[in-house]
Structure formats: C-alpha cells, structure tokens
Design a protein around this ligand. Structure first.
Ligand SMILES: C[S@@+](CC[C@H](N)C(=O)[O-])C[C@H]1O[C@@H](n2cnc3c(N)ncnc32)[C@H](O)[C@@H]1O
Length: 172
C-alpha cells in the first residue's frame, strides 16, 4: 500500500488507493445550502474545515474562498477528487485546500475545527463515536439532512426545505 503525504501540513497521510465503493451515492449540496452550512458553523479564517465525503469539493472550496479557511476534502471516488481538484484551481484556492482520495472511515481528521457531513443516517451514526473522541472540544460538526440519533444538536436550521444540524464537541 502506498502512503502519500498531503500537500499541506495539517492533514494526516492516508492510503490513496480506496479499497471499496462509496457508502453514500454522490449528490451535491446546492449553493444556498453550502452558504448556510458555513454560516451555521460560523466558519472564519481561523478554521480547518473537513468535508468527509467531499464530492466535487464545493463546501471546502467555499470555506476557503468566501471565508479564508483552510480545508481538507476526502472522497473515495477518484472522479470526485478530480472534480474537486479542478474546482479549487478554477476558484484560485489550491494553496488553502487538500484533497484526499480515500475512505472517510479510515481518515484522520483530528485537526479539524469544523467537520461537514452530507452522508446518510447509518454512516453518521458509525462516525459519531470517532467524532466525539477524536475531535477537540469546541469543534463544530454540521450535517446536511441527517441527524446523529440521540446526540441532541445545538441548533437545527431549515433552508430551502432541508434541515441542517449543528453540534459542538463537548468538554471531555
Ligand atoms: C451526498 S455526497 C456529498 C458531497 C458533498 N459533501 C456535498 O455536500 O456537495 C456524498 C459523498 O461521499 C462520498 N463517499 C461515500 N462513502 C464514502 C467513504 N466511505 N469514504 C469517502 N467518501 C465517501 C461519495 O463518493 C460522495 O461524493
């Protein structure tokens, strides 16, 4: 297995050859929803925004372009990572973003200050223990459309008929 170091120092190395297909089919968050997700997490230039299952990278690119954040997008589908790479280039944010081709369930994300999710109920629940133990207290987690079971969100916003959930990692 080949380990490839990412271009920026804040992401951890990941296996670059995905071992299986996606857990969730690709669908992209509409622009107004992306804005609302960034707004709900109050993303600023101090943040490192991860999108676990980043699709074409639009959330990470918007975080970098509109809010000056740094970002990491992880996707298991090579076509999505190609799209994300092209989008970052078009939008002029290649110096602020890193793309990782790999399985989000094996990815390191402990340096995130914001984690974005647009997955499904089961993957959210599978991720939940790692989010709660590996992310630093105060890190914000935002999920489009799906909750985290009995982990009560701090806030739920409804935008264009979709629910967006916000949680904050509590003190240990
Ligand atoms: C519903 S799309 C969301 C795309 C993007 N976050 C957005 O909101 O526009 C889910 C994405 O997760 C990716 N994905 C699914 N299972 C994955 C896994 N185990 N590891 C990494 N990516 C995965 C899919 O390839 C797809 O691009």
């Amino acid at each position: 297995m080949t380990l490839t170091a990412p271009a920026t120092p804040f992401a951890q190395p990941l296996p670059q050859v995905p071992s299986r297909g996606p857990d969730v089919a690709y669908a992209s968050a509409p622009p107004a929803i992306v804005d609302a997700m960034l707004e709900l997490a109050r993303v600023t230039s101090d943040d490192i925004v991860y999108d676990l299952g980043c699709g074409d990278g639009r959330i990470v690119v918007a975080a970098a372009k509109d809010r000056g954040a740094r970002g990491v997008g992880i996707d298991i589908d090579p076509e999505r990572i190609e799209d994300a790479t092209a989008l970052a280039r078009r939008e002029g944010v290649t110096d602020r973003v890193t793309w990782v081709l790999g399985n989000l369930f094996q990815a390191a994300f402990a340096d995130a200050t914001v984690v974005m999710l647009y997955l499904q109920p089961e993957p959210n629940l599978r991720l939940r223990p790692r989010l709660l133990t590996e992310l630093r207290p105060g890190t914000r987690v935002v999920s489009l459309s799906y909750d985290m079971g009995d982990w009560t969100p701090d806030e739920v916003r409804r935008v264009d008929g979709r629910r967006i959930y916000l949680w904050t990692i509590p003190p240990r």
